[in-house]
Write a protein that binds this ligand. Sequence first.
Ligand SMILES: [Cu+2]
Length: 480
Amino acid sequence: MLNRRNLLKAAAGAGAVGLFPWGRVMASPSGNVAVLGDAATSAPFAHAMPMPPVLRPSSSTAAADTYHLRMAESSLEVVRGLRSTVRTYGGSLPGPTIHAVRGRTAVVHQTNGLAVDTAVHLHGGHVRSQDDGLPMDTIAPGATRTYTYPNQQRAALLWYHDHAHHLEAENVHMGLHGQYRITDEHELSLPLPKGRYDVPLVIRDARVEADGTFVYTRPSDCPHLLVNGKERPYFKVAARKYRLRVLSACVNRYLSLRFADGAEFTQIGGDGGLLDAPVTRTSMTVMGGERVDIVVDFSRYPVGSAVVLENTLAGSGERTEVLRFDIDRTAEDRSSVPGRLSVLPPVPRADVEREFVLRTYPQMTINDQLYDPARVDVRTTLGSSEIWTVKNVEPPVARPDFHVWHSFHTHLVNFRVLDRNGRGPGPDDAGLKDTVTLAPGDTVRLAMTWSGYTGSYLYHCHQLGHSSGGQMGRIDIVAP
Ligand SMILES: [Cu+2]
């Protein structure tokens, strides 16, 4: 539903692509100009939290499962009582979750039923370059592309989302994101909460106008926070332990999540799967793309009570509530969190050191260059272990200038955070990571090994408004 009052078709060549046109009027790369009206009222806890559907294979062999997904516009209720047109994988927001098993190949046929180009990136996936969903490897409207995911990697929560050149921020914001779980025998052998007690929480911001129009605009104009596609829902839980797989699918902002009563929770995993040992925490900062795997014990609450998950970085005038857990029953609980969760691979020792400077002004650049798909920014050798020093050189400014925060994401490989601002890695940096947050002025050092595949891949800021604007680089991995 493109409301004429709010969305005017812009003339071609709006020239906004490289610039970063945050403002009350925003030209998007696909040529729409959004003139903001009144946002729909944000009424918390008006929806039950849905579970994203699980995608069933259309066929299976002894070694592989084949899936079909179609991208299309869908009319969904995101804010209570309003219909919004969003871009979906398979008709749902978030898209259906793919449940993959380590060692079994997943073949995903993606058909583009939208009017814009798309490219599907499996974030966290160890896949061939031609299956990575690179920005120029697009699926034209009406076309189908087949992605092959070997799933030869440890159990982890991945996600698939759009990555088409200059369009990824708008496409993801408009709904093109879904979860992709890889499990393995080791994970299944642990006594962690399973089945209905292993719950996805896909959290992201949105702006829905009072007439239901779903608009892509800057984060400070996005007052609605969605969990599994519904604005600030409630979730009925039993008084027992739950595993919650938190994914921030925010395009241009970061969240700091805590329980309103300050309750502790146990972090068991991050981007690249299980940590080596559990960590007790009371809050977590997550930026778009990051995953935090936690266990929460609701047995501390009496049946009939409730506890709210809140975002302490809500903007002025914005609600802090994210999700309300209603403890409505008791249930048997034989789950536990073992003291030893997994064995992490050794921290890579560097053969090569590189430096990356992320800048906001005058343009969104890495090492003062805008992304050029024809330019190789880093050439490395298969098997090379490297230390990357990544700096956000913007000085701290008062919120809500969210955009001076950056993040850094590598395709193909996980990294370890060696240190942050000269001190040991922070609590949000634990375990195997593929996306790391950079507050203004932050410097992180990352260690990774370029393994598995040769070919072209990417690194970029995962504030997708920034990568769309050019804060992205190309890495080519060549045979030794
Ligand atoms: Cu950035």
